[in-house]
Structure formats: C-alpha cells, structure tokens
Design a protein around this ligand. Structure first.
Ligand code: CTP
Length: 393
C-alpha cells in the first residue's frame, strides 16, 4: 500500500532542495502532501510543489477546506511519516515548546506518525546552545533528527548547517519506514570489482558495477542490520548507515574481510574478485617493439572459500555465481566446494541483466531447495534475497 508522506517546509534558503525531494518521493510512488510555512513560500512557490506532488499544497490553517475534513487533523491522521525540512531555528524552537500557531506546527502536535527533523541554518545558529538544547529535547521526545551536512553555507561561510542532499533525505525517509527485522544482526557484504595492478598506471579488472552488493547493503541497513560493506572501486555513493571500507585489490579485500568476518552473523559475498593478479612491477611497462608481451599471473585467494572453511556453526554464508553456461551444475558445485548456505546464480549472457545493469534475474539454491526469481531491479531483488536469507536463519 502506498505511504503518505507529509513534507513540512519552513523558511530557509534550502527550500529549493525540497522540490527534488518531493519529486523523488512521488516517483517512488509515495503520496506526498506538502505544508509550507508562510516564510517558506517566499523562497519557492507552492504551485511548484503542487505540480510535482499532484496534491494541493497547504499553507494556511484558516483557508476554507476543499473537503469537509478538519484540515490539520486529516493530514495529521493520514501521515505515515512527517519530515520537517529545512527546519529553521525558529521552527525547532516552536516544536520544542509545543507552540501551535500555524498549520504545520498544529499538525506536528496532532499527528501520531513519526516526525523527522532536518535542521538547516548558519553554523553558529546551529551550534547555539539554545538550538542544541531544543534539538536534544525533541530527540528525547522521540523525534528523529537528521544532522545537517558540512560544507559551503548560503551565508558564505563553511561549516555544519547545510540541508543534506535530496537523495540522502529520501533514504532517511525510506529507512524510517522499513521494518527492523534484521535488527541486532551483523552483516558483512563484499561488492564491486577488484583492480589488480599490472604496473603503476595499468590494471586488470572486470565489468562489475557493485550495484547488487550496494543494493543488498542498503536494504540490510534499512532493515536494521549493522552492515560492513567492503567495496572494490565503484562510482556508487555509500548507502545510508553502512560502514564502508574501500579497497582496490583482492588481497586488500581479503585483509579487510578477515578483520570483521568472525564477528558477523551473515556474510554475503557479491564482489567479483579477480581470480588472478599480475606479478607486481615497480615501473611502467614500456613498448620496445616486440610483437607480444608475456604477463605472469598468480592466483588470488578465494575469499569466500576461505570463509567457508572457517565458518562458525551459527554463521550464514551466501555467495554469488555469474555463469555463462551450465548455471545449475556450476552453482551447485560452488555451493558445495565453498561450504555455502545459499548461492545466488545468474546467467551473464542475458541482455538487460547482470553486470552493470540495474536489473538481475537469478536462481537461488540452498542445499535443499531451488527457486527461480523473476527479473526485477536490483533494489527490489535485494529485499527478496534478504527475505530468503532471513528464512534460512
Ligand atoms: N569469490 C571470492 N574470492 C575470489 C573469487 C570469488 O570471494 N577470489 C566469491 C565471489 O564474491 C562470489 C563467488 O565467490 O560470491 C563466486 O565464486 P567463483 O565463481 O569461484 O568466482 P569465479 O571467479 O567466477 O569462479 P569460476 O572462475 O570458477 O567461475
């Protein structure tokens, strides 16, 4: 069922970012209701947000309602979540004191939905002890505070006070609305390719984008897990709430895995680790007119197989297998050889799926079942895979 999000926008320069937040949420099928304070309407017109959300934007407690609902009560009841962003120092002060003198402050007192607050202001205002006291008080009362980001502020200074970027705010909303069924679980995920240097300027790698591993890390973190993501080089932003360690080579990945693996309840290895690494060369390989070049490759450790050999009894170990042929046969052999509780296999020659794609089509194998999962985007697939892993437990 679609969720109703109330975006409460108060008057700060960062109001413009809320246009993108509203747009992203609407595209992700949330029903978005915007309430603006009068000051907020000086920065962006309500019409813009109305056009984006396809819902009337409310600004005033006393305009005649379009329905016979009592406006502040019906929106307060309907909300699954309220996000106040940007939240000015003034509005934070009003919330902390329980003042209800406009539509938005009234709704906050009337709603039973979780309320998230994203302060954005000048760094000195943000650090002012009165503002900090008010934020701590709201936290104590069950509000979720989204800390402002650091960087360039509209006043020309540098410091903490920026409203986080729209994708980050959307992630906070999605995380808040997700059930915490992985709460208390420690999960280790490897993702992305590795790069094995040939010389100081060249490397051997593969087409892995890291999207599947990052989607799993994001979903597990949203579902309450404590996630360690060990990632080869990718362009992807780190998912919200995930402890990320970035590595380049297979050997580095193995070292980082070894630091945390024995402490984890679930290990999911998605990384496309290069099976071989060139013998290290200190200097750049020069062309000297020869027809061909011989490169010696040494095998990399199989990180997953080593975890299988050292796995404790209550630890779950999940691997991936990308195969060009004999999918089932190869996947089953890998599951047995690496002592896995589950293997997720996909064919690499299906167009629009797999490496670098946003979609994947996989078959899940455990020692006693097989299940084909229809093609879907990697974010949705991540939740399906976590459901299956949850049921293994
Ligand atoms: N894996 C790993 N360390 C490696 C190689 C693979 O941890 N050095 C993990 C991957 O993260 C994935 C699974 O093992 O979960 C894939 O296994 P495998 O297929 O052996 O990797 P391939 O290199 O594709 O093996 P093969 O060449 O035999 O198909």
């Amino acid at each position: 069922m679609e969720k109703n999000i109330v975006l409460g926008i108060t008057g700060g320069i960062a109001v413009y970012k809320m246009v993108e937040v509203a747009s992203r949420l609407t595209k992700e099928n949330f029903e978005v209701y915007v309430i603006m304070t009068e000051a907020a309407t000086k920065f962006v017109s309500p019409l813009t947000l109305q056009a984006i959300t396809h819902n009337p934007v409310e600004t005033d407690l006393f305009t005649p309602p379009q329905t016979y609902d009592v406006k502040h009560i019906s929106l307060a009841d309907r909300a699954d979540l309220v996000l106040i962003a940007p939240a000015t120092a003034n509005f934070i002060g009003k919330m902390a004191r329980g003042i209800a003198d406009d539509l938005l402050s009234t709704i906050i007192l009337a709603t039973g939905a979780p309320v998230m607050v994203a302060p954005a202001m000048n760094k000195n205002m943000y650090n002012n002890p009165i503002v900090q006291d008010n934020l701590n008080y709201l936290k104590e009362k069950g509000f979720t505070i989204i800390n402002p980001a650091s960087g360039y502020l509209a006043c020309g200074e540098q410091g903490q006070g920026r409203l986080p970027e729209p994708p980050v705010l959307v992630e906070h909303i999605e995380k808040q609305l997700t059930s915490d069924d992985f709460e208390g679980k420690k999960i280790l995920i490897t993702a992305g390719p590795t790069r094995e240097p040939l010389d100081p300027v060249r490397f051997i790698s593969n087409y892995s984008s890291g999207k599947m591993g990052y989607a799993l890390a994001r979903a597990a973190s949203f579902r309450g897990a404590n996630v360690n993501l060990i990632s080869g080089p990718t362009d992807l932003p780190p998912p919200l709430g995930v402890n990320i360690v970035r590595v380049e080579t297979g050997l580095e990945m193995e070292k980082e895995v070894n630091k945390v693996a024995s402490d984890c309840d679930i290990i999911i290895m998605v990384a496309a680790v290069a099976d071989f690494r060139p013998e290290a060369r200190k200097n750049k390989i020069k062309k000297t007119g020869q027809e061909s070049l011989q490169i010696t490759l040494n095998s990399n450790p199989d990180i997953l197989a080593k975890r299988g050999a050292n796995k404790s009894e209550d630890q779950l170990l999940v691997g991936f297998a990308a195969e060009s042929q004999q999918l089932e046969d190869n996947a089953l052999k890998k599951m047995e050889r690496k002592k896995l509780d589950m293997i997720i296999a996909n064919k690499i020659n299906v167009s629009g799926t797999g490496f670098n794609s946003d979609h994947n089509q996989v078959t899940i194998y455990t020692p006693n079942m097989k299940e084909q999962i229809p093609k879907m985007n990697k974010r949705a697939l991540a939740d399906v895979l976590l459901d299956k892993i949850y049921n293994l437990d």
